[in-house]
Design a protein around this ligand. Structure first.
Ligand SMILES: Nc1ncnc2c1ncn2[C@@H]1O[C@H](COP(=O)(O)OP(=O)(O)O)[C@@H](O)[C@H]1O
Ligand SMILES: O=P(O)(O)OC[C@H]1O[C@@](CO)(OP(=O)(O)O)[C@@H](O)[C@@H]1O
Length: 754
């Protein structure tokens, strides 16, 4: 690793902040002899005073990429700061010599453009042939404009380029730290260099392991079906039930945190301070409190309330019926906008969506259902996973043999249809109490069963079949073995081989009568385990939520890899107790960045394709700076929650100077939006592309970000409810390792220093 190459113009004094030369030969010359990868070339022009006459710097030159010397096809540079202009492009390391010149083009007219004086420049192997020289432009009135020119080239793999392009489209903004390109790779450590020696990190990483909290991400250890909805139609004292003694219900915190939607048809009196009030996600406690006044709520994702002129009573300005208000997601931004649009325009049954899994046993249905549930909940959609197996075990016991599942066993067929119908009815009842998306998890493997479900859904909810198909016998064999280990069906079978044989017989019974989905709206996931080579087929899919679901599924796979989450090293603002800002690191933060680099170097020693993601704020970029050998990518979406007018204040100052804001945030930290800033719900919305990209990545990723952002990311992996997110503990100087695997996610924590 360590293939970074850079060359900077001398006249510009374009030294790296740390004064280091990270070119491979240490002489400041880019080398063209590297294996694979592409050169990410960044041309910059700096002028000390702003341009007159609206002239925009451009580049044109000898190859089609830069216009083949045709000024009309010259590439425009982008403004990076008041005086700095930048243009990046990608070329192969052994690219042909590139002759080019800068030119100034008027922004709005066809008036003449001004080509720089002197001979053309030459770029070879990402470096300028001669030392960079000033770019001089002689204007019509003989005025001469002078620019400093810098060139920088970094090697990146095609994979990282693709990632950075996606990120660029969605989130990039120019770097806020000078001389940090949006994508960069530091060179490999020099023997005896600072990175190798410093900070005294023990070789044994296990030495730093600390216990994860009880609510940690550990779905890998729990069979996903056990975590599904408790069959309410089969249980009276609903939530105390334990499935077959071998299961664990969802943690009670989830029940406590469940979305309870206030009845917005009852307008409530307030005592004056209310700006707006909205439908959303509340705990019963918060609801009571919110009615007492002193509540500034900039929450989004909800119809606004308007104050009646005659009294201090608030009413909705959207005339939504009972059913509508109940299915409004507790979300911000796009999710909320789509929900409002669907509810205003769509048929009533479309407000509830049932995703009906289809597939042979051991094809990943329950796994996929659980993952989709987690994703939709995190986005703010009220989603529940109904597993028919759980109903079957409760009604008929957990130890049914393969014969129970035979198509020529009428009692078995009847019993299975009955529990499927019960689960479906429970799901629809829940939807009418406010549930938005029900994930209905069973084999549903023939047309007859699916017809039954379609009839049950008629006029009540929209349905989409989600079929999981796997043609890889090795993966099926692995899945079957996992099933015997995990499923409560075999918990009391002491003989593994006997269990295996029984499950294979069960599978054969299903195979005899299996009919792939051809009806209705459907999504087929075919061989999607590894993340490459598989395909998704869709039929008759439209609408916001189904579209999002398809996009999510396209990007998920099961390749095991770690995701390391860490906050930046302690910042100077952290020391002063100031929120937000863009401060550099404190002394402790400086130490952490070295320890982190050491840790990453060891933990990801053999992971050549790993990448480091930071925010665009300097405390994360600086924390990443000593990490070498991996591409670093800056995401604006990873920036800390925007504290708006409170940015730079201490919590004490906010409490003193803006008591209403302080109180409001305390009451509903999830939905509270800082004036001219963001709420946690806003942060979740902007993190969605990050989650998708983390799901899509097949190599390890180190995410160096901030407290609020990491709370939101962590909640996704640990499946924590929205209401908990603003209160999740994400300590400084600690790495949370999320291991993505074939059975789910697993968490490990390393505390590198206090
Ligand atoms: N799309 C998929 N295709 C094949 N196997 C998968 C898929 N998704 C997950 N798996 C694997 O299948 C295993 C068994 O999955 P499970 O969800 O219990 O199967 P099912 O519900 O279809 O009986 C999971 O532990 C996971 O490793
Ligand atoms: O939502 P709360 O609990 O205020 O936490 C977010 C705050 O954490 C801080 C530190 O106080 O983040 P960080 O230092 O990780 O960037 C603030 O910048 C940010 O406003």
């Amino acid at each position: 690793m360590g293939t970074g190459a850079s060359k900077e113009g001398e006249e510009g004094g374009a030294n790296k902040p740390d004064g280091q030369d990270d070119t491979p030969d240490g002489q400041g010359h880019a080398s063209a002899h590297h294996d694979g990868g592409q050169l990410y070339v960044s041309l910059k022009m700096d002028k000390n005073h702003t341009l007159t006459a609206d002239l925009v710097p451009h580049v044109f030159g000898s190859v089609p990429l830069i216009g083949s010397w045709d000024p009309s096809k010259a590439l425009s540079m982008e403004r990076e700061s008041v005086s700095m202009w930048e243009l990046s492009f990608v070329v192969p390391p052994n690219h042909e010599t590139l002759d080019f010149k800068f030119l100034l083009k008027p922004k709005y007219s066809n008036a003449p453009c001004f080509v720089e004086e002197g001979p053309s420049r030459q770029l070879i192997g990402g470096a300028l042939k001669e030392d960079a020289k000033l770019a001089l432009f002689r204007l019509e009135n003989d005025e001469v404009l002078e620019y400093k020119v810098f060139v920088k080239a970094d090697r990146v793999s095609p994979f990282d380029l693709a990632a950075s392009w996606r990120a660029y489209q969605e989130n990039f903004r120019p770097s806020s730290v000078r001389w940090m390109p949006d994508v960069s790779i530091n060179s490999a450590p020099q023997p005896g260099g600072e990175n190798c020696s410093s900070a005294g990190l023990d070789l044994d990483l296990e030495h730093y392991v600390v216990p994860a909290p009880s609510t940690s991400a550990n779905s890998a250890f729990v069979y996903a079906a056990n975590m599904t909805e408790t069959p309410r139609s089969l249980t009276s004292g609903s939530y105390s039930f334990k499935d077959g003694g071998a299961s664990a219900d969802r943690p009670t915190t989830i029940k406590e945190m469940e979305v309870i939607v206030p009845d917005s048809s009852k307008a409530f009196p307030t005592s004056g301070m209310v700006e707006s009030k909205s439908v959303g996600s509340y705990s019963p406690l918060q609801r009571q409190e919110s009615q007492r006044g002193l509540f500034v709520d900039r929450g989004v994702g909800s119809p606004r309330l308007i104050k009646s002129s005659s009294s201090n009573i608030f009413t909705h300005d959207l005339n939504l019926d009972n059913d509508t208000k109940n299915s409004m997601p507790a979300a911000a931004g796009a999710v909320a906008a789509a929900a409002v649009a669907d509810q205003m325009l769509g048929p009533k049954e479309d407000r509830h969506l049932a995703i009906i899994l289809v597939g042979l046993p051991a094809r990943g249905k329950t796994f996929t259902a659980a993952k989709l549930t987690r994703y939709l909940r995190w986005l703010g959609h009220n989603t529940k996973h109904f597993n028919v197996g759980k109903y079957r075990r409760l009604k008929h016991g957990a130890n049914q043999s393969a014969d129970f599942f035979a198509a020529d066993n009428p009692e078995g067929v009847e019993a299975r249809n009955e529990v499927a119908a019960l689960a479906f009815e429970d799901m629809v009842s829940w939807m009418h109490e406010g549930g938005q998306v029900g994930i209905f998890d069973a084999t549903n493997s023939n047309k007859r069963r699916r017809n039954m479900l379609m009839k049950l859904a008629e006029g009540r909810c929209k349905i989409i079949f989600l079929e999981t198909i796997c043609n890889d016998v090795n993966i099926i064999e692995r899945n079957i073995r996992l099933k015997i280990q995990q499923s409560p069906d075999y918990a009391e079978e002491p003989d593994f081989q006997a269990g295996l044989q029984d499950f294979k017989n069960r599978l054969a019974n299903y195979e005899k009568v299996y009919e792939p989905v051809e009806e209705g709206s459907y999504i087929k996931m075919i061989d999607m385990v590894s993340g490459h080579g598989g395909q998704i087929q869709v039929n008759n899919i439209s609408g916001y939520l189904p579209g999002r679901i398809v996009f999510f599924l396209v990007n998920t796979h099961l390749t095991p890899r770690p995701i390391l989450l860490t906050r930046h090293g302690e910042s100077q603002d952290n020391v002063r107790g100031r929120i937000g800002g863009d401060a550099a690191l404190s002394e402790a933060g400086e130490l952490y960045k070295k320890k982190l680099a050491n840790f990453v170097g060891k933990r990801l020693k053999s992971e050549r394709a790993a990448s480091i993601w930071t925010s665009t704020l300097q405390r994360t970029i600086l924390t990443a700076s000593p990490i070498v050998g991996f591409p670093k990518i800056q995401w604006r979406a990873l920036d800390e929650i925007n504290a708006g007018v409170c940015d730079g204040m201490t919590y004490e100052e906010i409490k003193k100077n803006m008591p209403e804001e302080y109180e409001s945030r305390k009451k509903d930290k999830l939905r509270y939006r800082y004036p001219r800033g963001e709420s946690y719900l806003d942060v979740i919305q902007r993190l969605e592309p990050v989650i998708i990209e983390l799901e899509r990545q097949r190599a390890p990723v180190v995410v160096i970000s901030h407290q609020a952002v990491l709370r939101a990311l962590y909640a996704y992996f640990a499946d924590r409810p929205l209401q908990e997110i603003p209160h999740i503990e994400v300590p400084l100087h600690t790495i949370i390792e999320i291991q993505m695997g074939v059975t789910g996610v697993q968490e490990k924590r390393y505390k590198l220093m206090d």
